[in-house]
Design a protein around this ligand. Sequence first.
Ligand code: ADP
Ligand code: MG
Length: 614
Amino acid sequence: MPKINVLPKEISELIAAGEVVERPASVIKELIENSIDAGSKNIEIEIRNGGITYMRVTDDGCGIANADVPLAFLRHATSKISKQDDLDAIATLGFRGEALAAVSSVAKVELFTKTREEAFGTHYVIEGSCEVLFDEQGCNDGTTIVIRDLFFNTPARMKFLKKDTQEGNQVAAIIDRIAISHPEISFKFIRDRKNVLTTSGDGNLKNAVYSVMGREFSNSLIPLSYENNGIKVEGLICKPVNCKPSRNYQFTYLNGRYVRSGTVMAAVEQAYKNSAMVGKFPAFVLNITIPFETVDVNVHPAKTEVRFSDERKVFEAVYPAVKNALSVGDSRPEIKIKHNDFNPYKRMTIEEYRQAILPVTQKIDSVLDEPKKVQTPIKEDNDIVIARQDPPHEDKVIIVPKLPTTEPTPVFTVEQEKQEKIIAEIEEEVILVGEAFKTYIVVQKGNSIFLIDKHAAHERIIYNDLKKNLKSGIQQLLVPETVTLTKDEYTSILLNADLLNENDFEVEDFGNGTIIIRAVPSCLVGCDLASLMSEIASKLSSGSALQIDKLDNLYHTVACKSAIKAGYLTSDLEKLNLAKKVLADKDVMYCPHGRPVAFEIKRSELERQFGRLQ
Ligand code: ADP
Ligand code: MG
């Protein structure tokens, strides 16, 4: 039996460090969390080479008292837990008193720190767990910690690091997550000497999101706030049209901590179902507050995946929160026409007019200034008066605009315009303007014009009716139709015969891969039943085993097949009725595949374009 050795301190530190310090991003996360715990208002982060050679975090928090500095780098040294009662905090917030010890065992660490009470600050250097310098130094209140040459003493771990850019991107992602969850703190991030992020720290979540995700995104956000089962859900979600091609814009925080939860993701995506385009994912920032004592949360301090002891409760809080916010906050997408600044018909102010003709007057001046050419062309027309001025230069003639004695009568008087507006406001009735490309119905309602995709709209209306069980009724076929299907399709139809029968289809086995259809929902009379059946079959077999999803697929197919098609002729009455339905029902916003049903153009937008409104 080999002799048992107690590992030297440096080795045990190294082993422990493996858990906390995986890569630059994990170091940055620990350092920023320390700065936040220290009550900082401003936190500046700088990295070079993806953080591998250089990382710096500077804060204006409480600082560490001189005598405590060496302790902060010992394992299990923490100012955040002192008694057993505080142990809950270990599981929930990850206070383990390990981060600084771990980092200093695998890197070169330099610390400058000063508390408000102390006259002098501290300069401390520790490399690979060995103290190199411990001195007093004048510095600002707060803490600056610089980490150089990560894994300089553990080349094996160095090899696991990815390229600088990838490591840098992970650091950036961590900073984004933290910045969004702390709008009250101003973050500044400098990457390879370039300032790449600054948040205002004004406490407004929207502003923090704006800094991190950009304007286009933050302008389309819907706020939400909801509570169920003692679980509070707050935050911002994007409109269905602004869904993203990836899940990178999904931020979930549990009691202030960034987490990933399959349940939360599923609940949000379920709420967007049938409004978001297929293949796109909702973007959101959700702050979920759960009392730790009522819901067991299993989360490893270094990992982000989270499990709840009762996942259903969480689903029941998040799903309605998002669903409600979408039904209240979503509006039809609006077409904003790019405004053309040059407007030849714009009426100028007198000053603008003077400015506009200035180049002309100067040109004429210079011509007139040439002595021989002076012809004193005193001429008067409607627009310009040429007058002699300035006694010392008798010959100099300048041109000044003739100021209109009375304002020219505008095409529309203010009174007329006001009246028009009043009339338009009263006219909430839907008026059919026409149809473009046999596809888009154009209607006017109130102060807006709507462009409606007739197929998408009709499809959604039928789909909603089917879901509400307002079925169109069953229609027996005069001549039952037989349809031969592929083997898979055939089995799937037979397996789902009950579901089909409940939904006004009468379908039976005709043997040998053929089915016989005796009745269909009346809205489907006249459809190509063979292709409809094979489509239904493939949807039913490819979908999940859930009955509800199958039904949904069935409704999708039926709605799509029975809806009027783009390119087909539609009567004026049909168009008008369709438009009325679309505009009266907030639930007809997207087709079942998530394409928008209608776009709105506001009258004010047109007026701005035509220069009637400045
Ligand atoms: P923990 O955060 O779990 O307590 P750390 O190793 O991260 O453990 O930090 C050890 C201690 O050092 C903290 O408890 C805190 O007292 C002190 N500390 C670390 N960073 C800062 C900072 N930026 N400002 C003030 N105190 C700090
Ligand atoms: Mg810490």
